[in-house]
Structures are given as C-alpha cells and as structure tokens.
Design a protein around this ligand. Structure first.
Ligand code: NAP
Length: 695
C-alpha cells in the first residue's frame, strides 16, 4: 500500500484501495488509497507549519535546499530507474522523467540564485515616479502567497511532473501538497520518500496524497492555489469546483494539446531540414511511447512532399524495436497501462473516420508478452482533407500522429491554429521569411515555438522537451496556464503587489532604496565598507568635474568614437535636438566612475555591470558634472565570501539636472571573521535629502 505523507507523518490507508499493475508484465506493483487522510488538516498544517518555516528563509537559502535535494535524488537515481520500468518506460524515456526532473530542479535553483535577491521580496521593475515633487512613488513587488500549493500531476511524468512544480514553490516560499496520478504514483511516492528522508526541507513544506483528493477542494481558500496537469476534462471539472469559483482560488492548468510540426515549403526531400523533420517526428512519437503532452500529433507538410514524408516515416519506424523496457536494445516500451492503450485505440478509431492508417497496425514485441503488456506499434495516419475536425480535436495520447498536407504557408498557419491553442509547435525551415510568417502567424496560439534548421541541428533541444529556462504551457485547449521559464516559474507562486507611498516608507517596506528617499551621506566612502557594514541609503556625493573641449577630443581620439555630434559644430546645423557639441555618453559614465570610485584595495571586488542606464539632458563642453552614489540593494551570497550590491548612480550637471542615471552592480566582500565593524568607527551622519535629487 502506497503511503501518503500528511502533517509530518506517514499515513497508511486502512482499506484495500485499488491495485496498480506493471505496464509490461501485468503483475501487481502496489495498492493505492487515501482513505483516512484529513484533507482539511493537511491544508491547515501547510499554512500553519510549512509556510512560516519556508518564509523564514531567503530565496537563496530555499534555492540551496533545492540544489541539495537535487544532489540527494541524483544519488538514488538507480532505484528510481529500476521502479520506472514498471511504468513501461525505457531507460531513455525514464531519463526524461528522472534525470530531467532532477536537472530541472537544479537549473531552477541556479537561476533563482542568479536572478533573485538573497532576500524575501522580489522587486518587479523600476520604481514608478507618481508625483511631480517626488514625494510619492510606486514599486511592484512579489511576496509568497500565504496558502498551500496543491499540485496535481499527470501519470506520464511521475518524477519530472512533481519536481518541476515542487522546486519553484519551495523557492517561492510556499508549502506544497503533491497529488500524483494514481497509475504511476508508486514512482512518485518512492521519490517523495527519499525527499522526506533527506530531512532537507523544513517540516510542513511538502505533503503527499496517494489516491483520491477526497474533500480537499472544499477546504481551499483564496490564499491557496492549484497547479493541475492532466486532461482537459478533469481540468474543467476541477476549475469549476464551487470552492475554486467562490474563493477565486488560483488555478493553473496544463492540459492536453494537439501539437504540430510544420515542414517549410523550402524543405524539400533531400534537404537537411527534411531529414531533421522526419527524425524529430520519429523521436516524438516513440519517446515514452508517445505519452508526452508535447508530442507531435499533427504533421503539417507541403502537399507535394507529403508522400515523401509518409515514405520516410515508414522506413524509419520499421526499424524501431519495441519491447521489454529493461532490455537496452528496446527503443520503445509499453504504454502506462492496458486501459491507456484502450483509450489510444479508441482515439485512433475516431481519427480513422477522416484519415487512413498508413503505418503501424501490427506490433512485434521483443522480450515481453504483447497481449499482457500495454504495447502498441507507432501509428501514422494520412488525411487528404487536413481540415477535418477530429484531426484538430482528438488527442490520441500514445505513439500516434497524423500527416496533414497543406497548400501554401497561409494554409499551414491556419491548420496549426486549428489546434485551438497548443503547448508547442515546431517549424523546420532554412528560409527566414517562412520563419517570420509562421512565427507571427501562430505565436498567439502557442506557448512555445521551436525552430529547427541545419545550423542548430546538433544543439537543438527537441520539439517535445520543456526546458526549465523557457516557459511551458499554452493558451486555449492547452489550458491557458504557464509553468517554468526560469524565475517566472517561481513568481507563479507569489502575489504581485503595487506598493505606493512616500519614498522612505516604500524603501523601508520593500528593502530597496527609492528615488527621493533619504540618503545617508557616510563619513567614510560606502565603497570602502564590507557587506555587513553597508546599509540601504548609504551615499557618497562627489565634487564637480568640468568636461572640457580637450577632454572630449582626447576621448574621441583615444577610443575612436568620433561621432560628429561630439566634434563637428557645423554638422549640427539641422540636428533636431543638439544645438551644440555634446560630450560622449560613455565619457560621462567614465568620468562619473572617476568621481565616485574608491580606489584603494578593500571590500569592493568588482564591477559586475550596469542596468537601467538612461541619459537625460546633454552634457555640453564646459559643463560640470557631479555624482550621487547610493547603496540601493544588498544581497549577500549564501555560499560565497561576498555578495551583490546594487548602487543607484545619479549624475547631475551644475543646475542639478539629471544627465545620466543607472544602477551599478558590484561584488562586495563580506567582513572576514574577527575583523571589526567599520560602521562603528565611521558613524553615519543623519539621513538627509541631497539637493538636486528631483527624481
Ligand atoms: P487525468 O486523468 O486528467 O488526471 C490528471 C490528474 O488529475 C491525476 O493526478 C488524477 O488523479 C487527477 N484527478 C482526476 N480526477 C480528479 C478529481 N476529481 N479530483 C482531483 N484530482 C483528480 O490525466 P492523466 O491521464 O493523468 O494524464 C494524461 C493527460 O495529461 C493527457 O491528456 C496529456 O496531454 C495531459 N498532460 C499535459 C501536460 C502538460 O504539461 N500540459 C503534461 C502531461 C500530461 P488519479 O490518477 O488518481 O485519477
């Protein structure tokens, strides 16, 4: 009996539950039941215990837990692979699920540590200046939702499906209840057991329901969320649950999708793109026996090449060895269950009403019993009328695709869009105009578009593989949801809030200095301070420096930037906004650095970049500039002896007008242990507003 994990304890259902069978041998693998689980108690435990424990940590601390968890699961991958055979998956199939899930967790952890601050609030975009005198500003921020993320997963990715949602939720600081699909829950349960045993996550951060969710949905509140993956029919039912509707529970749905692959009109037989297209289709319908939500279902090919596509598929599929997934020679294993195979056969029969089966009626199985195991040959259908409705509405969730011939790129676009919203579509072309027409024609109906030609052939990641860096999800039929996408996946578990008010209050609330907030001009240079001694608002204000004609001409010679606006007054006669020669923007930045940099060796380690750079008024020859450098945000690294400090840099002219402004990103050392605090020695003066700060 698979066990659930609720309120910090393992729970075994008292009844017999339902038997789960091996997809290949038909033998019992486990029983499943959630009888006796206190669903309301689980939600309450997540909110009361898991949420606060996670929120006590910073983004980076939580991301490091995921990194540690990924390493821990990697150690156990052999036992996961052994059990995965029962799902019918070959070693390669299981690699997508097991290693794919672990890598996804690791990548999300790494991206979070690169792109999120080591704090508890994510700042979304630049401050908005909402008033003329600068006493009222706005800032969008994300904070973790205060409820529980209920994650309901599909049967086809028992590991990846769990980890790709778990990692962003943990990093966001949101406790999770995982509910795997029953059919393959034994593998999810084993991985979950290893997660709990590792002791890496705080109590209450994760719970598991093996079996039905019972009355869980009736106890959801507007603070909870549901991340669902599965069929459109289940999604529709759950999204329409009265509690979900009444409480406006966030509901993200990843549903089925009739993904397409388009062969460009330029990619005739004999071109590299034609061969790549055929390879991709073969790979897509055989990987996981076609049980991937992203698999190619609609093969949209120019009518004149359609026969060649069918013939090429015929040749390639004939060589696919189907059999016992434990046999390394097997290229395709079984479907997840006999029931699943029956469903696929039913869907193929419906498709055959408008198309002809041109490949794959009989199956030869190696090393396993074809009657007991849920084996099926790859099936290729051909539809002379590509517009026939079932081709764009019936999902055969197995090794099945239909070839749809098209006449002209516009028709290919129309066919692609007939899927009613898809997770992914791919295009095989070497013609930039076709790429542009198709991408712009179908983008609004797709979550992801995958372009392939000879140049990326060796490195492209595959039509069907969602990547942790890129979003996964699609509009319309595909569910309208969105997951992954680097830190976007983390933000899905957070609430965006517009915080508006006086700059000092907003800065204090969000942990980032705001334009117009107090600047604390420190007696020592803030760039001479260790990370721990810096505070948001610490400021250095430089004296003025005049930019002379000789400076500009020297800079032009030295760098080679002889743009006429810096050197040639006559050439500016008709210029729309420069009446006289102006200093180079880069010269202004370089002089600004010369004005604010603290030159002695010390805690400041490196300049890591500039962002949000904008030039305001032009700097004319003879103008004087000055700089205010303010510590805006401090983000220590958990596992490094330094952290990241973002500085607000404002460059002004003698009238106090802004000529340049940007954010400078630096690496600053942490104070070595035993070294005294610099802040005590150089006591900061009282905060004050710097004249000329009109932003
Ligand atoms: P499903 O039958 O809709 O089940 C999905 C999940 O919902 C399972 O965990 C299932 O649990 C649960 N569920 C079903 N009824 C429920 C209810 N009344 N209350 C709470 N939970 C309920 O889908 P599936 O057969 O597992 O998966 C295949 C489908 O998923 C395909 O259509 C495929 O295209 C789609 N899919 C989409 C994605 C994507 O990312 N977009 C990824 C993978 C799969 P039980 O198993 O216990 O019933």
């Amino acid at each position: 009996m698979l066990r659930s994990y609720a309120q910090g304890r393992w729970h075994t259902a008292p009844d017999d539950g339902v038997e789960l069978r091996n997809a290949v041998t038909g033998e019992p693998v486990a029983r499943i039941s959630s009888t006796g689980l206190d669903m309301a108690g689980m939600l309450e435990y997540g909110r009361r215990v898991g949420g606060p424990a996670l929120r006590r940590l910073t983004f980076h601390q939580r991301a490091l837990l995921c990194k540690a968890l990924a390493a821990h699961l990697h150690e156990h991958r052999d036992e996961f692979h052994a059990l995965s055979l029962a799902t019918g998956a070959t070693r390669r199939d299981a690699g997508f699920d097991i290693e794919g899930g672990i890598i996804t967790m690791r990548v999300i952890s790494s991206k979070a540590r690169q792109q999120l601050p080591n704090g508890t609030v994510y700042i979304d975009g630049a401050p908005e200046l909402l008033s003329r005198r600068g006493t009222f500003v706005g800032q969008h921020v994300y904070t973790p939702v205060r409820g529980v993320a209920v994650q309901i997963n599909a049967f086809n990715f028992p590991v990846w499906g769990m980890l790709e949602k778990l990692a962003p939720a943990v990093i966001a600081g949101v406790p999770t209840i995982v509910k795997p699909a029953s059919q393959t829950a034994y593998l999810s349960e084993l991985v979950f057991r290893r997660i709990v045993e590792s002791g890496i996550l705080p109590d209450g951060a994760v719970q598991l329901i093996c079996g039905s969710t019972g009355d869980l949905f009736t106890h959801l509140t507007g603070r909870d969320m549901v991340a669902f993956t599965g069929s459109a029919s289940t999604a529709t039912k759950l999204a329409g649950h009265p509690t979900v509707l009444a409480e406006a529970v966030r509901f993200n749905a990843e549903r089925d999708s009739l993904n397409c692959a388009i062969l460009g009109e330029d990619a005739k037989p004999g071109t590299p793109e034609f061969d790549l297209y055929v390879d991709e289709i073969v790979s897509e319908i055989t990987a996981k026996a076609g049980q991937r939500c992203t698999a190619i279902r609609r093969v949209i090919a120019p009518r004149e090449y359609a026969d060649a596509v069918v013939a090429a598929l015929d040749g390639r599929l004939a060589g696919i060895r189907i059999g016992d997934p434990a046999d390394p020679e097997s290229q395709m294993g079984a479907l997840a269950s006999q029931g699943q195979r029956d469903e696929v056969r039913g869907a193929v029969a419906r498709l055959q009403a408008v198309s002809e089966l041109v490949n794959g009626s009989a199956v030869t199985v190696h090393g396993a019993d074809a009657d007991i195991g849920a084996f099926m040959a790859p099936q290729v259908l051909y539809a002379d009328d590509p517009m026939a409705e079932p081709l764009h509405t019936v999902e055969a969730f197995g090794p099945v695709c239909a070839v749809l011939p098209y006449d002209g790129t516009d028709e290919a676009i129309e066919l692609a869009r007939m899927g009613g919203g898809s997770l992914v579509g791919s295009l095989f072309t070497h013609d930039p105009r076709i790429a542009r027409d198709v991408v712009l024609g179908v983008a609004a109906d797709h979550g992801r578009l995958h372009l392939v030609d000879r140049d990326c052939a060796d490195e492209q990641t595959g039509h069907g593989s969602p990547l942790p860096h890129m979003i996964h999800g699609g509009p319309g039929r595909a569910g309208g949801g969105e997951e992954l996408g680097g830190v976007r996946g983390v933000l899905h578990f957070m609430q965006r809030t517009a915080v508006q008010g006086p700059p000092d209050l907003v800065a204090a609330a969000v942990g980032r200095w705001m334009p117009g907030a107090a600047r604390n001009e420190t007696a020592d240079h803030p760039m001479s301070r260790y990370l721990e001694d810096l505070e948001i608002g610490d400021t250095f204000v430089s004296g003025p420096r005049t930019i002379t004609t000789a400076d500009v001409e020297h800079f032009a010679e030295f760098t080679g930037d002889r743009f006429y606006a810096h050197l040639d007054q006559d050439a500016l006669a008709d210029h729309p906004f420069f009446e006289q020669r102006v200093a180079h923007g880069y010269l202004v930045l370089s002089f600004a650095a010369g004005l604010f940099v603290h030159s002695d060796p010390g805690p400041l380690l490196a300049n890591q970049g500039l962002s949000e750079l904008r030039f305001g008024k032009p700097v004319h020859l003879g103008d004087a500039i000055a700089v205010a450098l303010t510590c805006a945000q401090i983000s220590p690294r958990e596992d490094q002896p330094y952290g990241e400090v973002r500085w607000d840099v404002q460059v002004t002219n003698a009238d106090g007008d802004e000529v340049a402004a940007y954010e400078l990103i630096t690496a600053v050392a942490k104070r070595p242990s035993g070294s005294p605090s610099a802040a005590g020695a150089a006591a900061a003066s009282a905060p004050r507003h710097v004249p000329g700060d009109s932003r």
